[in-house]
Write a protein of this length. Sequence first.
Length: 187
Amino acid sequence: MIYRGNDITRFAADRRSRIGIGRSYQKTNIFPGFTAFENCRLAAQSRAPRALHLLSDAASFRPVASAAQSALDAARLGSRAGRVASTLSHGEQRQLEIAMVLATRPQVLLLDEPLAGMGAEEASLMVDLLHTLKPSHAFLLVEHDMDAVFAVADVITVMVNGEVLESGPPAQIRASVAVRDAYLGTE
């Protein structure tokens, strides 16, 4: 994998994160017993240069707290900062996971099925959130909700059995006979 001209294939996940690649997983990956703010603060702490401050109170470090709150605000969860993560709705937990990624200050977001398990209303909110992130982040979205993909993506790559079937702008993919045949079958 090449990122900014460098081969990062063998980079560990934490090193990829430090160079600006953020990732969310298909299965929600949060700390359910912590508040939304604490979840984001932990993510933001991973970027804070505080190695020599092992005995200081992390909660009092203003730049980390500011980054955590900014990430929550960007993910539209600012008003939920004090809520314990396990009490958030499924959609809000997915937003929290994105907020945690944003707290690490990535330039690229790798999002693995961010709409998984969501109802129509929560999915719509997530699509709106993704639209707000587009101007400031590049992202690779793996998603089965094709309405969401068509609403968000500039380029869509359709794969069948691990092989690229077609890649192009949404209008090209919508019009593709090969894509329709692969996913809807032939008459």
